[in-house]
Design a protein around this ligand. Structure first.
Ligand code: NM2
Length: 503
């Protein structure tokens, strides 16, 4: 086997930036407040850019799906898909949402009940009514649209234009082709830093959640030490699998996970207030469809509640940091699919999958709060979001069983997701010759450790704002890369499928 070498122009600057940011976070006095003001400054300056771009991409995708390009296939015209439609969609969904969906499907509605949009009174009937709607919006059609853009461009460049896969810049057409040079390197480097930032957000919320839940199981209060222990175990887990390349084993684990989490979803639906959940979901769907344009463009410049900046802009940024990574994965599994199929799978199936979690877990949270069975908003205010999740799960029948099962699902899905992310980071930072060089095992382990260390920095500083900042700050330049993807995709499509001259 050849020894795969690193690509120094991407590896070193990537590493140095991650280490510098972590070091600044840990050593800066009052880092949490500083992060909060930096976050506010960025989200308030670029709200129009994030909201406008994400909506524009969504419309463009709708048009593309139904245009004459919709039937264009990734591969030769007679290429059959590699995977059945069901497993294709399941893989795509699993890779795209990770374990954060569990956290947010319960936490987000509670945040919105106490801090609603549109000048609605906090903790009111109306705020309860909107609680699940915004969660669905932030995990819905336009969010998945950010994933579809790089997936289309990369799949087209890989399966039709036959360019190398694991280098995002190669899907940036002639702009990325200057890739031998610095433009391509900057593109790849930006993607690496962005993915690290997006992973930081996921770990920054998931580690405290799991450690609170483990604390509940062991009857111990949550503490920073406990969080660090959880993080170390987690890093050891996905570091080992990244090093050993346990992809097959990991695949089995994630199948187990998919089945268990669907079972958990049905359990909560049936054991919880089934009819309320169904009715609340229907109502939320109506509000979402009716207000989709308003939510897509809501920047609140007069009342200045900060809601769209703190939430919508943050979410769009977070999705954007994952988008190219997702695109690399989706491209690889989409041979034989058409542009229309890919757009539908991501926008429709992806959104519906997320809606199911918000409908059930979020709906249950709204029910508990609305009935006065549990004051989740008070728990959020006094003890934080992780305790909200612990309280919701503990209120279920058979909580003694549900809690460990839930923890297991979170640990596995995060570990499998991070294993794949460490692999991708290492692959982008590996020098690629004409054939595909597997990133070296030490290199994959190395990125797993970098991710763990960065998460440690975020945990030590703590706070939702810090965790949000990690995505937002890295997403701004990626927006422009998404535009380059769009540009090169259309250029290729026009070249390869010219309109027949009318006679
Ligand atoms: N989202 C929010 O591992 C994860 O939880 C990633 C990222 C979908 C962009 C979730």
């Amino acid at each position: 086997m050849r020894k795969a070498r690193i690509e120094p122009g991407i590896f070193w600057p990537g590493l140095v930036s991650v280490i510098t940011v972590t070091a600044i976070l840990i050593t800066l006095p009052n880092a949490e407040n500083k992060a909060a003001s930096l976050l506010a400054a960025i989200t308030h300056s670029f709200d129009w850019l994030f909201l406008g771009s994400v909506f524009a991409m969504f419309i463009l995708l709708l048009w593309l799906a139904f245009s004459r390009y919709g039937k264009v296939k990734f591969g030769a015209p007679d290429d059959a898909p590699d995977f059945s439609t069901f497993s294709w969609i399941a893989m795509l969904f699993n890779a795209g949402i990770g374990s954060s969906l569990f956290y947010w499907a319960m936490a987000e509605p509670v945040y919105y009940i106490s801090g609603p949009p549109f000048g609605i009174a906090p903790n009111s009937g109306e705020s309860l009514e909107w609680a699940v709607v915004y969660g669905m919006f932030h995990w819905g059609f336009s969010a998945w649209g950010t994933y579809a853009i790089p997936a289309l461009a990369i799949a087209y460049s890989f399966h039709v234009r036959k360019s190398a896969l694991l280098r995002p810049s190669s899907a940036c057409g002639h702009i990325g082709q200057r890739a031998g040079g610095w433009v391509g390197k900057i593109i790849d480097l930006t993607i690496v830093i962005g993915l690290v930032g997006g992973i930081g957000t996921a770990l920054g919320v998931n580690v405290p959640m799991v450690s609170t839940l483990v604390g509940k199981m062991l009857d111990r209060p949550d503490s920073l030490q406990m969080q660090i222990i959880i993080l170390v175990i987690w890093t050891a887990l996905f570091g080992t699998s990244a090093y050993l390349g346990l992809r097959r084993g990991i695949k089995k684990l994630s199948d187990f996970n998919a089945i268990t989490s669907i079972a958990l979803l049905f359990f909560v639906l049936l054991a919880g207030p089934t009819l309320f959940i169904l009715s609340n979901f229907t109502n939320s769907m109506g509000l979402l469809l009716n207000n989709f344009p308003r939510m897509s463009f809501y920047t609140d410049p007069i009342l200045k509640s900060g809601f769209p900046q703190n939430w919508t802009v943050f979410y769009w940024a977070w999705w954007i940091t994952w988008a190219v990574y997702m695109g690399l994965f989706v491209a690889r599994i989409s041979k034989g699919r058409t542009i229309r199929e890919l757009i539908c799978a991501e926008l429709v199936c992806g959104s519906l999958g997320c809606f199911a979690y918000f409908a059930v877990f979020g709906g249950y949270a709204v029910y508990l709060e609305g009935q006065g069975a549990l004051s989740l908003t008070k728990i959020l205010e006094q003890q934080g979001a992780a305790e909200v999740i612990a309280a919701i799960l503990s209120s279920l029948p058979a909580a003694g069983l549900i809690l460990p099962l839930f923890v297991l699902i979170c640990i596995i899905s995060q570990a499998t997701g991070l294993d794949a992310a460490a692999y991708t980071l290492a692959a982008i930072c590996t020098r690629q010759s004409d054939h595909f060089d597997e990133p070296a095992p030490w290199h994959r382990l190395f990125w797993a450790l970098v991710l763990g260390t960065m998460a440690l920095g975020l945990l030590v500083v703590g706070g939702l704002r810090v965790v949000q900042l990690s995505s937002v700050i890295t997403a701004v330049p990626i927006i422009f890369i998404l535009f380059i993807f769009i540009f090169s995709l259309f250029k290729w499509l026009r070249e390869d499928h010219p309109l027949k001259p009318r006679n």
